[in-house]
Design a protein around this ligand. Structure first.
Ligand code: IPM
Ligand code: MG
Length: 356
């Protein structure tokens, strides 16, 4: 197979981890005789420094022309503490999501058995958890009109959804549920929000077509609680942009660490793959970041964008193997992990590559 892959490492630990996702793809190409051509582009803080724009035109043009995108992370502390900054790294990510029509963000939360002890949640509650989140990604307060009053003392972000936006992601979630345990939980705040009432109406209407799927509706506050109380009750979770942002960070604890979670953003055409963790400026350049989420993102890319299931599974198996051998990065180690088994980013990345 001949494919072009655009690599956008982005900010913070993005650089350090994305190298390993890319190396994993290159190793797969080698092993299975594919021809992957890599290109690289700027986005985020890095792009602002170089061009003044968090999503340079050149990056967008490359993104529109490629077959799949492997992304790292975005953000810089400089802006986190400066709410008045007009140009922000995150604008790059939001704009590329919108421009590429990446309306469905899939975040699989699967716990590797080896990491049962790495989570802050009790192992007996976690064991067997397997959730697939469908987070809507191009609507909601993220893209609704933003206003600031003239005296700057009042601000608002419009929470807005249209029927077609709910339908197109719900459709993907229903179809995914069909290939899994046939359960779908739609999360909203329909007891308070009009946009959630629309969301619920649409999902209820669609449920009539998917009679083989067991559909449940849950309020976001309850869902946040149920998620750590009894994660096994969830199969596919469908939710809006903001709720999904928050719930999936919480759900990362079910997988042991944010450092383990990959995500796929899909929609109109090209797929965009990234770890769910952020730029983690506190550990930049320290060889501490976990490269596994980037490697697992590469696995999603192979599976979803290229339909290469065997190759994708090979990456997952390599990650599993490394964990079975007892190796851990610091974020997934615990008090019982021997110091000699705790690896840095590079050592962990190399171990996985060697096992592919
Ligand atoms: C995520 C991130 C982004 C979001 C930020 C960096 C804009 O938190 O992908 O979950 O809020 O969507
Ligand atoms: Mg987030």
């Amino acid at each position: 197979m001949n494919k072009n892959i655009l690599v956008i490492p982005g900010d913070g630990i993005g650089q350090e981890v994305t190298t390993w996702g890319q190396k994993a793809l290159a190793k797969i190409a080698d092993k299975y005789h594919h021809n992957f051509t890599f290109d690289i582009a700027l986005m985020g803080h890095e792009a602002i420094e170089a061009t003044g724009n968090p999503l340079p035109d050149e990056t967008l043009a490359k993104a529109k022309a490629t077959d799949a995108i492997l992304f790292g992370a975005i953000g810089h502390i400089k802006y986190d503490n400066d709410p008045s900054a007009k140009v922000r790294p995150e604008q790059g990510l939001l704009k590329i999501r919108k421009e590429l029509g990446l309306y469905a963000n899939l975040r699989p939360i699967k716990l590797f058995d080896e990491l049962l002890e790495a989570s802050s949640i009790k192992p007996e509650i976690l064991k067997g958890s397997d959730i697939l989140f469908f987070r809507e990604l191009t609507g909601d307060v993220y893209f609704g009109e933003k206003k600031r009053s003239e005296d700057r003392k009042t601000a608002s972000d419009l929470m807005i959804y249209s029927t077609y936006e709910v339908e197109r992601i719900a459709e993907k979630a229903f179809l995914a549920a069909r290939t899994r345990r046939k359960k779908l939980c739609s999360v909203d705040k329909a007891n308070v929000l009009e946009s959630s009432r629309l969301w619920r109406e649409v999902v209820q209407e669609m449920a009539k077509k998917y009679t083989d799927i067991e559909v449940e509706h849950m309020f976001i506050d309850n869902a946040a609680m149920q998620l750590i109380k009894d994660p096994k009750r969830f199969d596919v979770v469908l939710t809006a942009n903001l709720f999904g942002d928050i719930l999936t960070d919480e759900a990362s604890q079910i997988a042991g660490s944010m450092g383990m979670l990959a995500s796929a953003s899909i929609g109109d055409k090209v797929g965009f793959y990234e770890p769910i963790h952020g730029s983690a400026h506190d550990i930049v350049g320290k060889n501490l970041a976990n490269p596994l989420a980037s490697i697992l993102s590469a696995s999603l890319l192979l599976d979803i964008s290229f339909g290469l299931k065997t190759e994708a599974d090979n990456l997952i198996a390599a990650v599993e193997q490394v964990l079975k051998q007892g190796f851990r990065t610091k974020d997934i180690a615990n008090a019982k992990t021997e110091a000699s088994m705790i690896l840095g980013t590079k050592e962990m990345g190399q171990k996985v590559i060697d096992l592919i």
